[in-house]
Design a protein around this ligand. Structure first.
Ligand code: GUN
Length: 293
């Protein structure tokens, strides 16, 4: 079994991005600028957004954090999106999800100018991704694909089983794994909460991408010898063994599954760190007008 080290790979990509930003600045170009909108004080969202802002600083981007209280109206948030759409200094921005129940996430996402949608959540970017056109790829699927690429993991003709059908991971990553070229060219099966015989299907998989959000769902007896396992789960499970009072737990029972794998991602330190660099890469591409002029 070999570990796919997302932390080290993310650090390497951050260095590459920082180098490129330094070159852009030295040549008198515009510093890439990411804005993040955070509504409320959800612990997870606070941490994610703080990490995104810190990552921007690390690579030399400009970043702007815009905060609203939980009771912000949908109208106010739409006005904020409109301002950011129009602000020529902002290359890309994100509205951290989830949003409070009285605000439509769909409405907000659709209001974002797709040319600044560095989260890759806008229907135009999702549609272009599914057609194989240039677009902003959403962070987690792009991070998974980049890990497979950097570790030269064979995908052509392999059976890839995706566990989960979410809009932000399961659906897009299944499209990417079946597209022509590398990484891709897989035969893809998508399993979800209503799938029958999940164990039998997983046992046929050369590659398993677990993105259900069910801690330790994938057990040792569900994986064939030599499989590649990508764990996207990041559930905060209460723990008295950590300072924070929770333990980040993946969708894979690592101790059981790892001995059977050729390659596996750990949690934490696997897919997680890659998601932020995907966002940085999209922001860099947005700044350079590489996807949309
Ligand atoms: N919430 C969880 N993941 C994400 C993400 O990648 N982007 C945004 N905007 N919200 C999230």
């Amino acid at each position: 079994m070999k570990l796919i080290d997302g932390k080290a790979t993310a650090a390497e990509i951050k260095r590459e991005i920082a180098q490129e930003v330094a070159q852009i600045k030295a040549a008198g170009g515009k510093t890439p600028h990411l804005a993040a909108v955070l509504v409320g004080h959800d612990g997870g969202s606070e941490t994610y957004v703080a990490n995104k802002v810190r990552a921007c600083e690390e690579v030399g981007f400009k970043s702007t954090l815009i905060r609203y209280e939980e009771d912000v109206t949908e109208k106010e948030l739409l006005a904020c999106v409109e301002r950011l759409n129009k602000d020529a200094d902002i290359d890309g921005f994100i509205v951290q999800l989830p949003l409070p129940g009285h605000i439509s996430e769909e409405k907000i996402t659709e209001a974002i100018d797709y040319r600044k949608d560095v989260d890759g959540f806008h229907p135009v970017n999702v549609g272009r991704m599914s057609l194989g056109m240039p677009c902003f790829l959403s962070a987690t699927p792009a991070g998974i694909i980049e890990l497979l690429r950097r570790y030269n993991i064979e995908t052509k003709g392999k059976h890839c089983v995706v566990l989960g059908r979410s809009n932000i991971v399961g659906k897009p990553v299944s499209m990417l794994m079946m597209r022509k070229g590398y990484p891709g060219d897989c035969t893809v099966t998508v399993c979800h909460s209503r799938t029958q015989n999940i164990k039998e299907i997983c046992l046929q998989a050369d590659i398993i991408i677990a993105a259900l959000g069910v801690p330790e769902f994938l057990r040792g007896d569900m994986v064939k010898e030599g499989a590649v396992v990508i764990d996207v789960g990041t559930t905060r499970v209460p723990s008295d063994q950590t300072k924070s009072g929770f333990k980040l737990t993946g969708d894979v029972a690592f101790n059981e599954v790892a001995p059977k794998c050729s390659w596996i991602t750990p949690v934490p330190g696997g897919v997680g760190p890659m998601t932020i660099v995907s966002l940085l890469r999209n922001t860099l591409l947005a700044g350079k007008k590489m996807i949309y002029a």
